[in-house]
Design a protein around this ligand. Sequence first.
Ligand SMILES: *Cc1c(COP(=O)(O)O)cnc(C)c1O
Length: 375
Amino acid sequence: MYSRFEPVPRLLMGPGPSSVPNRVLEALSRPTLGHLDPQFIQLMDEVKALLQNAFKTTNELTIPISAPGSAGMETCFMNLLERGDEVLIAVNGVFGARMVEVAERIGAVVHRVDSPWGTTVDVAEVKSVLEAHPATSVVAFVHAETSTGVRSDAQTLCQLAREHGCLSLVDAVTSLGGIELRVDEWGIDAIYSGSQKCLSCVPGLSPVSFSDRAVERIRQRKTRPNSRFLDLTLVMDYWGGSKKRAYHHTAPVNAIYALHESLGMLAEEGLEQAWTRHQRGHERLAAGLADLSLDFIVKEEWRLPQLNAVHAPGGLDEAAIRQELLERHALEIGAGLGQFAGHAWRIGLMGHSCRDESIDTCLNALEDVISRHSG
Ligand SMILES: *Cc1c(COP(=O)(O)O)cnc(C)c1O
């Protein structure tokens, strides 16, 4: 039977979604327009421009895919790879491993470069595998591995890809808006992100951007991608430049309003200022965690400010603590994922969740609940 759903608000300080500011929720609730309404088409153009700003690119093909980050991942792989193509995928956590699964489903030949969990992608190893497999056409990796809290050197990896005649394919789901990311300057060819991490928008959209070289590769495909919905040549006819827009799918109109608002907030703050805010927030959190004797898993130089992976306190029931944080303090932090399950916490400082007051609330709540459990 129906009863009205009224969620108790939570402070979201896990691996995403992050807390959504009221401005964005209010934008979401404005009147729905037809998806080919001239007002909406104008909004689409503004969203493209704001996304170009956030990605630091002039790429014409810069749009939100109408589905979550996972669909952005599939869009990049589906469109850049054909059966039998060779792709190098660097794996240092859950999301790199997921890339392998996606590429294998396409029938691509995967050269997998593993780095231990909690460490950055090994650039020297990527180089030697590229030298061993000169037919490789795409190099893919995760810029900000949310499962471990590790940053990889996107600039160097993309440069390496280019030196070996490969396109670079970058997962920026957690990095966009949180840490330095320069699509044009770093020569990134294909990139995808998500609305619900450092952009603090509602979940369900995946901003993507493709360089001219990537678009050229897509236009020269011998076969069509095995997905009509994610086929960029068709998506481009809907989101594309000056031509008449053709119906491809119904855009999630209100979610686009929300994305427009969150990108507008990022532009108002300034992209560099947002990067700095995340770094400062991380330092504030790290100081408090040290006082609580909670140790980081990742070496300082690789740490993501927006995703802080720490060892859960030994001898205590970490799941019970997280449960109590939720019930007593309306605070969500992330559990360990994959190899880190059961003994790590992931504290997210993404977007709107990365403010001094949230950080202090989080630290106070941790102190309270840990002391209850230690008693
Ligand atoms: C969250 C995340 C994804 C998946 O995004 P969804 O919106 O959950 O589909 C992919 N890669 C990374 C690095 C992520 O953090």
